[in-house]
Design a protein around this ligand. Structure first.
Ligand SMILES: [Zn+2]
Length: 148
């Protein structure tokens, strides 16, 4: 495991691990935590973001980090893990806490029908992904639509 070298510059702190074959850097821009970025075709792409530096470093070195310890911000939206279009509807999967949707005792993951506002909580990110493409199973409005 190679050492990461800390740099300060351009208003941000970042770590480099030269020479990394994936040309990775770890970058810390405020609320996005520790973003693990890799140079692809001339521009930096975010591979994933983590709450702690040690998790980001471990992920870079191939360790599996639980989804709960990652930070999500697809499309610059806090908490957004992924979004699909199904039957013309946009449906999203969020980390409930990071998206500000947590009600305290439901599951940490939530699927949301963006068209109708229907949502349901899930105990694991894997379970949530299973529901993502099927809002007709949990969005009240979508359920009504299917029985027309
Ligand atoms: Zn719906």
């Amino acid at each position: 495991m190679k050492a990461w070298v800390k740099h300060e510059g351009k208003g941000a702190t970042f770590w480099l691990q030269p020479p990394c074959t994936d040309r990775c850097i770890m970058f810390v821009p405020g609320r996005s935590g520790y973003m693990l970025c890799a140079l692809r075709r001339g521009s930096w792409k975010v591979r994933a973001a983590y709450k702690t530096l040690s998790d980001a470093q471990a992920a870079h070195d191939g360790k599996r980090i639980p989804a709960e310890q990652r930070l999500f911000f697809e499309q610059d939206t806090p908490g957004l893990v992924s979004q699909v279009k199904t039957r013309g509807l946009r449906v999203s999967l969020y980390h409930a806490d990071q998206a500000g949707l947590s009600d305290g005792d439901s599951g940490p993951w939530v699927t949301v029908c963006e068209e109708h506002g229907g949502l349901v909580f899930h105990p694991t990110v894997t379970a949530a992904r299973g529901y993502l493409s099927h809002p007709e199973e949990w969005c009240p409005t979508c359920q009504g639509d299917t029985t027309e």
